[in-house]
Design a protein around this ligand. Sequence first.
Ligand code: NAP
Length: 354
Amino acid sequence: MQNSSDFEMSAGGVSLENFNTFGLSVKASQVIVANTIEHMLKAWEDAQKRGLPLLVIGEGSNVLFTEDFAGTVIINRLKGVRITEDDSAWHVHVGAGENWHNLVEHTLGNSMPGLENLALIPGCVGAAPIQNIGAYGVELKEVCEYVDLLDLNDGTMKRIYNEQCGFGYRESIFKHEYKIGYSIVSVGLRLNKNWQPALKYGELTKLNRNSVTPQQIFETVCRMRRSKLPDPKIMGNAGSFFKNPVLSAAIAKDLLHKHPNMPQYPQLNDDTVKVAAAWLIDFCQLKGFRVGDAVVHENQALVLANLGNASSKDIITLARYVRHKVADAFNIWLEPEVRFIATNGEVRSIDVLA
Ligand code: NAP
């Protein structure tokens, strides 16, 4: 995986259609595809000098551009994979701009299991710690050793170790303290040689713990995902639009009393219960509901999709409608997982959807 020094810069309204998986045809003043740290620093410095807002993204798989962006978007394409090992683990140091699923295939293909439950998650490696990506019972925080962060203002590097990352459910310090003025340049993963299958979810529960291979888990996860989730290359989307709400045990008990079929997952560490947002939306009979070309996906209600020509406004109006419907039915206000980017930068999604 090579490190090229390509540097693309376009002035005066550049389409972001190919840089956000919703496929929205919003624009930015400038788009810079940065393949090296030097490019990234130069882009940041130039934007600072011109007083332009600046945004660093990877594959744009978890963002909603609510309108045109009045500044520079830097596309993080820092590449490279370096693997070392010791007696207990493989240590995989990966450039933030590598594609996540390619990395999963690369490690599995080289007999280094551990990422198979996280197959087919759209986006790049640098996005994984920001979101603490998770699927089918595994979260990034279980394999992340460190995150290397570039301070765009002075060019220095910081290594943030796992326990400093503030990982939570779709949460990390990279959404807060290290949100502005920093870019993730690489991620260090630790894949344990004493591999244990994670078989808690869906069809995975049917596999035999004693004989299952990482490849079988990978294939099962890919099959489950492909059967429910739209491929963003075919139908624009940003994965789960809302987070699964985590409620107090008392509120969850009350809801279960009213809705005995409601899936609920007590959290191990505290007195809270996670409920499936998709089930709440489906209960409101919103699967297939459309606003313009924005739709609640037929197979997975947590995904809002672009049927082709959706505008940002269509997606926002649909998300607002879904949120209000769920609140009317359950008194639960869903919070977006997707990050909202307005003309000058990120804004609070719940304010936009109020
Ligand atoms: P699902 O199996 O229909 O289940 C619905 C929700 O219930 C999931 O979101 C999951 O929560 C929760 N759940 C299911 N089984 C569980 C268990 N054994 N223990 C605890 N919680 C359980 O979910 P799905 O939509 O097909 O997604 C499958 C997995 O892929 C989930 O882990 C989901 O998070 C992940 N996924 C993530 C995205 C994204 O954009 N973030 C998109 C698609 C799928 P959790 O989400 O907390 O795991």
